[in-house]
Design a protein around this ligand. Structure first.
Ligand SMILES: [Fe+2]
Length: 345
């Protein structure tokens, strides 16, 4: 679906308006060699149209030998602004940073957010952005899911394929992404629509069975044959199956970091307009597979950092047809979201 610059810029105007961008506010557009020129142009035009004072800040990328491919989500823990005080000070001086590089929860980013700067990440291609412009209803549903998640002390995920995973929750904050930044210090990612939370350390126990059609990111592949994961005390202790199990195990092992086998954030997708099939229609570059993370009803399983565990290896694994329970109350049932007004708690 071709998208004109006019449509693309209009989508940016809408998201920046939802983000309460006002005339006279200061906007930094953060770019690097991996930034999409179409996004740079549209974001610049939209922010300027809204009367913002716009600066583009272009920084060199981080080069990490551990990273395969071009996907910036593949390696976590470091970003180009860390150790770059000029970049950090410029971003702290802004009201809103538009991140077209992909920073994710690194020290420099946390420092910028703590200053009150709001930060919006966008990386997908223009047509995906235009298809998935966030709405106020997205925000309402994501925040309702966050409230239900926040109230719980245990979680459980089951599936007919054999998944049965339990964990305690409450020690770690919830990431609730609805796609725009309407409060000081807020970070979000367009497109998105999900809630996620790292369970309490060492408490995840059970089995996760990746079934055909589940998505492994950053591999950007649909699982073809089942992969059985055994999880004990918050760590994956066995990965069993065919070729894809071997591939996953080898990919994680190659980081040579024991924490790479830890369980990271768990949650569920809420974005009705995101499509499970989308990833099959796009090249691997430049997408990061956000529709997969966000499509409504997916169980977003992940591995790697959290609870003080440090590793550069991070997999996001959206799974279909699962039921997600918080304190035994279903949030999704067989891959379908239970509407927030029907959650019995
Ligand atoms: Fe993740």
């Amino acid at each position: 679906m071709p998208v004109t610059h006019i449509q693309h810029t209009a989508a940016w105007r809408e998201v920046l308006t939802l983000s309460k961008l006002k005339a006279g506010e200061r906007v930094v557009i953060l770019t690097s060699v991996n930034s999409n020129p179409d996004l740079i142009a549209a974001a610049t035009h939209a922010a300027s149209d809204l009367g913002a004072v716009v600066v583009r800040l272009d920084i060199p990328p981080v080069f990490d030998l551990a990273q395969l491919g071009t996907d910036p989500t593949a390696v976590t823990g470091a970003s180009p602004i860390d150790g770059n005080p000029v970049a950090i000070e410029a971003m702290k001086a802004a009201d809103l940073v538009i991140d077209l590089v992909f920073l994710l929860f690194t020290p420099g980013q946390k420092e910028v957010l703590a200053s009150g700067t709001r930060m919006l990440l966008a990386y997908e291609d223009p047509e995906t952005l235009v298809r998935l412009v966030p709405t106020e209803d997205d925000r309402r549903r994501v925040l309702a899911a966050k409230a239900a998640f926040h109230a719980g002390r245990t979680m459980r995920v089951t599936s007919a394929a054999g998944t049965d995973l339990r964990a305690e929750i409450g020690d770690n904050p919830i990431t609730a992404e609805y796609g725009y930044v309407d409060e000081p210090g807020r970070w979000d990612h367009w497109p998105s629509g999900f809630v996620a939370r790292v369970p309490n350390r060492d408490t995840a126990e059970g089995t996760v069975v990746l079934a055909p059609g589940d998505i492994i990111l950053p591999f950007k592949s649909y699982v073809q044959s089942p992969i059985n994961l055994t999880i004990e005390k918050g760590l994956i202790t066995r990965i069993e199956g065919g070729f894809e199990a071997d591939f996953m195990r080898q990919y994680i092992e190659d980081f040579n970091e024991p924490d790479a086998f830890a369980i990271s954030h768990l949650g569920w997708g809420l974005q009705k307009r995101a499509r499970w099939t989308a990833m099959g229609l796009y090249d691997k570059h430049p997408t990061i597979g956000m529709e997969g993370r966000a499509f409504a009803g997916n169980f977003l399983f992940s591995t790697g950092p959290g609870n003080g565990r440090k590793t550069r290896c991070h997999l996001d694994i959206p799974m279909r047809n699962c039921s997600f329970f918080v304190d035994d109350v279903p949030m999704t049932r067989d891959g379908r979201v239970i509407p927030s007004d029907q959650i019995a708690n």
